[in-house]
Design a protein around this ligand. Structure first.
Ligand SMILES: Cc1ncc(COP(=O)(O)O)c(C=O)c1O
Length: 426
């Protein structure tokens, strides 16, 4: 891991704000060992790393060749949303009326885009009339009719300022988590929907999602080819091409190519689309903007061979580790333990057999009950997934000033020429 540039003034402002609120300044620690040593916590502790979110947001806002919308569902922490906004993210992908209210309450001037293709009429109405939301996604004629009805004025005048994005079904074959089944109009049915949406929209967009943690930029090339076919078929003017989320982060066993490679191929593919000259290119990263923001300290309550009973799990921040076998980086915080050469599985704190994370998680062979472990890269779909099932799900939240366990943004990246799975369009 390389050293990062100091995020000077912004971090100082965050710290100053916390200091202003009194005791919160006590919650800023150098690293996870300092947290465990100072608090000896019996409950899991979430560590926030605002500087990591600042870096990710600046990377996307400076290098993505278009607009980056933060997908709030990945981590709706108000502190994080504020940090992203102050670091250049001005647009937010919100997918429920609760997310609309949350972000609007925090950021009166942010641009909110309601990108869930199936919404209630009341959610659309409230978003449009009370929160200034103009951008909606859809994948059916029924949803289009619902959006038009919910945004029509009481005197019967239809809304003239809608930005409507038709979600196209694309393959998830290059991604670790599929998003190909539930949403998206098939290419064969896209033309009539695009044509009908064009009639109702001030701006017409096409959006898609290649699945989360897309391990090669080719995923986007393939999807954009489908976008091209849809546009040609429908013969409509397109104002927004939204390539969705899916930008990866780094986890054990998942080392993606540099994000610049994704941006390059998306830029080239989008440039060659038959869209209006003034059209906009958007993306909706969730994971890539927030994975590095959180880690978690857990306590080993019991050891049974190579199984560790810890105090967070499937119903907490380790949902993905349990349900889809996702591996997260781990570090034993106890002093004097050996090298991390042992392979361990985790049991979470609830009484459920399914509260099990098979890993393997690499930790010292002599790890024992009472030791603390830091689990990294839990900012995306981790910290946000905690439930109160079985009375668990509580714990402190503190700020850490050290680097996340892994980073895509600290300059340590593979030689681009070595990215053999990058496909050139030329
Ligand atoms: C519509 C939409 N956009 C963006 C995202 C964020 O995806 P990711 O976290 O893979 O970047 C999601 C995730 O489910 C989504 O459903």
């Amino acid at each position: 891991m390389g050293t990062s540039k100091p995020q000077g003034s912004f971090i100082r402002r965050v710290l100053a704000r916390k200091a202003y609120w009194g005791s919160l300044e006590l919650h800023i620690f150098h690293n996870a060992s300092a947290v465990a040593g100072t608090l000896s916590p019996d409950e899991p502790v979430i560590l926030n790393r605002p500087h990591a979110a600042v870096r990710a947001a600046r990377f996307f806002s400076e290098k993505f060749p278009g607009k980056s919308l933060y997908a709030v569902k990945a981590n709706p922490s108000p502190d994080l949303i504020q940090v992203l906004w102050e670091s250049g993210i001005t647009h937010f992908d919100v997918a429920s009326i609760a997310e609309v209210r949350l972000v609007r309450g925090l950021l009166p001037d942010a641009e909110l885009c309601f990108m869930h293709p199936v919404k209630t009429a009341s959610a659309i109405r409230e978003a449009y009339r009370q929160h200034g939301v103009k951008t909606f996604s859809l994948d059916s004629h029924e949803e289009l009719a619902k959006i038009v009805a919910a945004t029509t004025a009481e005197d019967g005048t239809p809304a003239a300022d809608l930005r409507l994005c038709v979600r196209l079904r694309v393959s998830s074959e290059y991604s670790e988590l599929s998003l190909a089944s539930k949403f998206g109009v098939d290419l064969a049915d896209a033309a009539p929907l695009l044509q009908a949406t064009r009639q109702a929209a001030d701006w017409l967009g096409i959006c898609f999602h290649v699945g989360s943690q897309a391990m090669t930029p080719f995923a986007y090339v393939q999807a954009l080819e489908r976008v091209r076919a849809a546009i040609v078929d429908a013969a409509v003017t397109i104002d927004i091409v939204d390539v969705g989320g899916g930008f990866p982060s780094a986890y054990p066993g998942m080392e993606p190519p540099p994000l610049e490679d994704y941006f390059d191929v998306i830029h080239r593919a989008a440039e060659s689309l038959p869209v209006s000259y003034s059209s906009e290119l958007w993306c909706e990263p969730g994971r890539a903007l927030c994975a590095e923001y959180n880690s978690l300290i857990v306590k080993v309550e019991k050891r049974r061979g190579d199984e560790l009973y810890i105090n967070d799990g499937a119903y907490g921040a380790l949902f993905d580790a349990a349900h889809i076998g996702w591996r997260f980086p781990v570090k034993c915080l106890a002093e004097g333990r050996g090298e991390p050469t042992g392979e361990f599985a985790f049991y979470g704190p609830t009484c459920d057999d399914g509260d099990y994370m098979k890993g393997p998680f690499l930790l010292p062979d002599d790890i024992a009950a009472g030791d603390y472990i830091e689990i990294g890269m839990l900012g995306a779909y981790g910290a946000a997934m905690r439930t109160a099932f079985n009375g668990f799900g509580h714990g402190e939240v503190v700020t850490a000033t050290d680097e996340p366990m892994v980073s895509l943004y600290t300059g340590q990246r593979r030689d681009r020429r070595a990215s053999d799975n990058v496909v050139s369009l030329r």
